[in-house]
Design a protein around this ligand. Structure first.
Ligand code: GLU
Length: 479
């Protein structure tokens, strides 16, 4: 058997972290078994589906490296297939037309509520005679197609994550609507039905999705049986929770993959982190891995039943590891858009070798890509902003004299090198008989505006290349 799995996002929003994590598990499972990973866009909800969301979903999956083998297939282009399947169930007497009006359904729900019962359809139109149907039609009533669900049916499956699952037909809310009506007969088919028709048609062998779909699985199993199809395996992955243990939601701020991207997470770190949301590698000490490496070890035996807490600190740590281990040229490529977004000029005097030198300097202290904006601000602006500590440093006794000494020494150094910079500092220490610390701190304050920051000599070289060091030293003396 060739493993065939799918991710089936609805384009009613941007690619959500939960959907992306489900895609990760599907991808890993497919690759572990040398199977196929299929992409299906579930756009039957015409009112809420938008093509920009589809674009966002495809771009997000590609960015994460979750390349698919078949698709994208669009449900909106497959309506004929669903209608044929509805016809089949109608012809077999497994589905029927229900003419209950929304007012009648509302009254039914109210009565159930008053009795303290859970809302459910009471299957009242299951056995209409042709005369009754004709009368309803004559009244101008609309219909929906309902699929029969027997209350006393036991539905059992062996979930790959949650083991034995048992549901009763009576838990499923009565006969389920599988399609609405339209002028010419069968209209819009509904989610649970089209999913099954597609999964059968696409020969999906394993349905891997979030735990929030468990009740759907119980219904869908009945549809598989009715359509005479072979039953796939089911695996329900745990939900992603926030640190308070509640389902991660919009209220937690960021939930879509494009937001994580904007915040400066790398695709590799994010996909690595998502893999750990519910799955643990056999060697728990090895938490940094590529998708390919994880796929070799992936199995549902190591997927937890309990919800997976989303841990920002852990994601940040992973991201920093990827950034710190990234070749400078790749990191430079990734940072350029963030600088551009911030309005920094990344051309002209700041040519590629200069940019790479800057990246080599700040990269090791970065956690998120976006950190580069703040960390490199002083290299992209003509003037420097002084922090309180920076200003204080420049008012220290001897500070101005030290800086004047550096300016004088710089006169003989049109092109600064690392050794020349070191020598100049030594020279000023000797000439003025001051501590090296004073020279270093004053230089840093004058050049960068602050008393902390990346390596001073490297920062100086970068500013020197732009011709910004002398003006800043002069500015500092005169301030
Ligand atoms: N379209 C569904 C969703 O986005 C997924 C359906 C499924 O995986 O069966 O939640």
């Amino acid at each position: 058997m060739t493993v065939r799995v799918r991710i089936a996002p609805s384009p009613t929003g941007n690619l959500h972290i939960g959907t992306a994590r489900t895609a990760v598990f599907n991808w890993l499972f497919a690759h572990h078994h040398g199977g196929k990973f299929i992409l299906r866009i579930e756009d039957t909800d015409l009112e809420r589906s938008r093509s920009e969301y589809t674009d966002n979903i495809l771009a997000g999956l590609r960015w994460l490296g979750l390349n698919w083998d078949e698709g994208p297939f669009f449900q909106s282009q497959r309506l004929d297939l669903y209608k044929t399947a509805v016809q089949k169930l109608l012809a077999q007497g497994l589905a029927y037309r229900c003419y209950t009006t929304s007012e009648e359904l509302e009254a039914l729900r109210e009565a159930q509520k008053a009795r303290g019962e859970a809302p459910r359809y009471d299957n009242r139109h299951r056995h209409l005679t042709p005369e009754q149907e004709a009368a309803f039609k004559a009244e101008g009533r609309n219909f929906v197609i309902r699929f029969k669900i027997d209350d006393d049916r036991e539905i059992v499956w062996n979930d790959l994550v949650r083991d034995k699952m048992v549901w009763r037909g009576s838990d499923l809310g009565g006969d389920m609507v599988i399609a609405r009506a339209s002028e010419d007969g069968i209209g819009q088919p509904l989610y649970n039905f089209v999913v099954v028709v597609d999964d059968i048609d696409m020969q999906i062998t394993h349905i891997i999705r979030g735990e929030d779909h468990i009740a759907n699985t119980a219904k869908q199993i009945l549809l598989y049986e009715a359509l005479g199809a072979e039953m796939p395996e089911f695996a329900h992955a745990p939900l992603i929770l926030n640190m308070d243990g509640r389902k991660l939601s919009k209220r937690d701020g960021v939930t879509s993959i494009s937001d994580f991207q904007k915040m400066g997470f790398t695709a590799e770190a994010l996909v690595n982190y998502m893999t750990l949301l519910g799955w643990s590698p056999p060697d728990a000490t090895k938490e940094i891995f590529t998708l390919e490496a994880a796929a070799k070890e992936f199995s549902f035996e190591r997927v937890n039943k309990a919800g997976a807490k989303f841990d920002w600190a852990k994601l940040d740590w992973l991201n920093s590891q990827y950034i710190h281990n990234m070749p400078v040229d790749k990191l430079t490529d990734l940072l350029i858009p963030y600088w551009q977004e911030a309005g920094y000029q990344v051309d002209g005097r700041r040519e590629r070798p200069w940019l790479e030198q800057l990246v080599a300097l700040i990269g090791p202290s970065m956690t998120r890509l976006v950190d580069a904006v703040e960390m490199s601000k002083m290299f992209f602006s003509e003037t420097v902003e002084f922090s309180d500590e920076g200003s204080k440093q420049l008012q220290q006794e001897g500070s101005s004299a030290v800086l004047s000494g550096v300016i004088a020494a710089l006169e003989n150094q049109p092109q600064l090198s690392e050794t020349a910079a070191q020598d100049m500092i030594k020279q000023v220490v000797k000439e003025q008989n001051v501590k090296k610390g004073l020279v270093m701190r004053s230089l840093r304050a004058a050049l960068t505006g602050d008393v902390h920051g990346p390596d001073l000599i490297q920062s100086w070289l970068l500013l020197n290349h732009l011709g910004l060091d002398k003006p800043r030293l002069n500015q500092a003396i005169n301030s």
